[in-house]
Design a protein around this ligand. Structure first.
Ligand code: AMP
Ligand code: MG
Length: 522
């Protein structure tokens, strides 16, 4: 059986109100400070069925052998049954959405079940997304649709195997119920199959958890949240001369390294609101995310973001910094006279450091040198102009010295013959500089290819592949989910017979909803 030790609920103040009613949650009546959570039970669903699970995550948690065949577990992972030791709650946070303060948001459709202490001592919070209404549901129904749960389930595990810090996913459960969604926000809601994903992370604390008490001038709650976070997740900093500064610095560094990872693999989060930023530097809240296909720095998968492109690929590092500024603003009340924003260069440094390390690997350099920045920037400009597939390009680049015509390799990555032709001369000139640069290092080609391939995934969860898995699952076939899970487990390795999973986006997917653009409706 799982062993629980629910520190978030035990050590932080809770809501005095126990009725599950949408409201602003401040705390118990006459309490001097607000609440970090509200006790709430998942709303049972009609017919839970386990569609997919992560054996790696189950093993980390210590689930019993064969659990996935037992219907009792589908009941637990749908929120229909509560295990001994679980103490479900929804947490209270705010956030800046698209650059504007949005006030209280909170877990509107996520319910944490409790904190598992695994045999190895590692602690994991379990959280059900789509488990029903909470005091934070505002106008929402507290539910989630199969398509968005499937995307979160597959992508969180894929990111983990890519080496990108992320929340994990244990299970994907169908509810046997339908959920109404207006996918295109055009006034035509339609019924869709409902689902619940069980997310797993050491903590789901977001920047927004600190922003809300700060906005409410609730210093007591703010201080308690900070103390809890440092003591529980950054214990090595409790003895620092200035634990608050040391902790903010650590968050800056983790966020910097996270963003470099996204840029390495071509991931676009799509909704980098401050309520979707993890205090542990994890990728969190998989919504209308997407993967770059043809390399376009201005691409955003989120239809709500199409006009402003605030969350497009290239702007992610600057938005993360802006979000850290909001966190610094929130913490300033705990630190009269000192501005934590002074520490933001730590974010820039961590990001730059990780980017140069990762991009040296992507291009096959032994180490980053002066002058590499221009060479890499020129390649990225050409990638964009030539409309090359980012993932395919970097795998092909490893081979350019292997044959007589290096352009023949790169052409594999091209989406449009015309854009490719227009850039051929540019690529030839660039390749000449590139080969010279490689010669300086003098790595044997096989060794360099291995180094490049360890930084350039062969398989990512391409937007159209996820959509194909969704179409199949909605028709009752979970085979494609399993097949994707399998191949995404070893994303950097060439896997025989799996070329279809590495294929560039087919033409039909260029403008299809779910493949090239996603709405926030989920
Ligand atoms: P997101 O855009 O997913 O980060 O969500 C922003 C806020 O809206 C969070 O507070 C969510 O909990 C809430 N929310 C999103 N969808 C729903 C829903 N279907 N029901 C209730 N709350 C929701
Ligand atoms: Mg969110």
């Amino acid at each position: 059986m799982l062993s629980f030790d629910n520190r978030f609920r035990r050590e932080l103040p809770g809501d005095g109100e126990t009725r599950n009613q949408v409201r602003e949650v401040y705390g118990a009546w006459r309490m001097a400070h607000g609440a970090a959570w509200s006790a709430v039970l998942p709303t049972p669903v009609a017919a839970p069925g386990l569609l997919a699970h992560s054996p790696e995550m189950a093993a980390a948690l210590g689930l019993p052998e064969g659990w996935e065949r037992k219907p009792e577990w589908a009941e637990v992972l749908a929120g229909n049954a509560i295990l001994p030791g679980m103490e479900p709650y929804a947490s209270c946070y705010g956030g800046h959405q698209f650059g504007h303060w949005a006030g209280q948001l909170g877990d509107g459709r996520a319910i944490s079940l409790g904190e598992v202490v695994a045999k190895d001592g590692q602690r994991w919070e379990l959280q059900l997304k789509g488990a029903g209404r909470t005091p934070y549901s505002r106008r929402g129904d507290g539910r989630a649709v199969l398509r968005s749960c499937l995307r979160e389930f597959l992508c969180s595990e894929a990111m983990h195997h890519l080496g990108v810090p992320t929340t994990r996913a244990l299970s994907l459960v169908s509810t046997g119920e339908t959920v109404w969604r207006d996918m295109f926000y055009d006034g035509n809601p339609a019924p869709e199959p409902g689902a619940i994903v069980c997310r797993v992370a050491p903590s789901f604390i977001r920047f927004g958890h600190f922003e809300l008490p700060a906005a409410r001038q609730d210093r007591v709650l703010l201080q308690r949240l900070v103390d809890f976070t440092i003591a529980r997740y950054f214990p090595e900093l409790t003895t620092a001369a200035d634990p608050l500064a040391a902790w903010f610095l650590a968050v800056c560094e983790r966020t910097g390294r996270l963003l470099a990872r996204w840029m390495q693999v071509g991931f676009v989060h799509g909704v980098m609101n401050t309520d979707n930023m993890s205090i542990l530097g994890l990728t969190i809240d998989y919504g209308p995310y997407g993967w770059l296909e043809d390399y376009d720095p201005g691409w955003t998968p989120n239809t709500t973001d199409a006009a402003g492109r605030r969350y497009c690929f290239a702007r992610q590092p600057e938005v993360a910094r802006w979000n850290l500024e909001r966190l610094a603003d929130a913490l300033v009340g705990l630190r009269p006279g000192g501005d934590l924003a002074e520490l933001l260069p730590a974010y820039d440094a961590a990001y730059a450091d990780e980017m140069t390390r990762l991009f040296a690997g992507k291009f096959g350099f032994v180490a980053w040198q002066d002058g590499d920045a221009a060479l890499v920037a020129d390649a990225l400009t050409l990638l964009h102009r030539a409309e090359l597939d980012m993932t395919e390009f970097f795998r092909q680049l490893a081979w350019v010295d292997a044959g007589s015509d290096p352009l023949a390799y790169l052409e594999w990555a091209a989406y449009r013959p015309r854009s490719w032709r227009d850039c051929r001369a540019g690529w030839l000139a660039w390749l000449e500089r590139y080969v010279q640069r490689l010669q300086q290092d003098g790595l044997p080609p096989e060794q360099r290819r291995a180094r490049m391939n360890a930084h350039n995934p062969r398989y990512v969860l391409r937007n159209y592949l996820a959509q194909q898995a969704i179409d199949a699952a909605e028709a009752g076939d979970t085979g494609p989910i399993l097949a994707l899970q399998e191949v995404l487990r070893r994303p950097y390795e060439e896997q025989p017979g799996k070329a279809a999973f590495a294929a560039k986006r087919p033409e039909w997917a260029r403008h299809r909803a779910g493949c090239s653009m996603l709405s926030c409706s989920s």
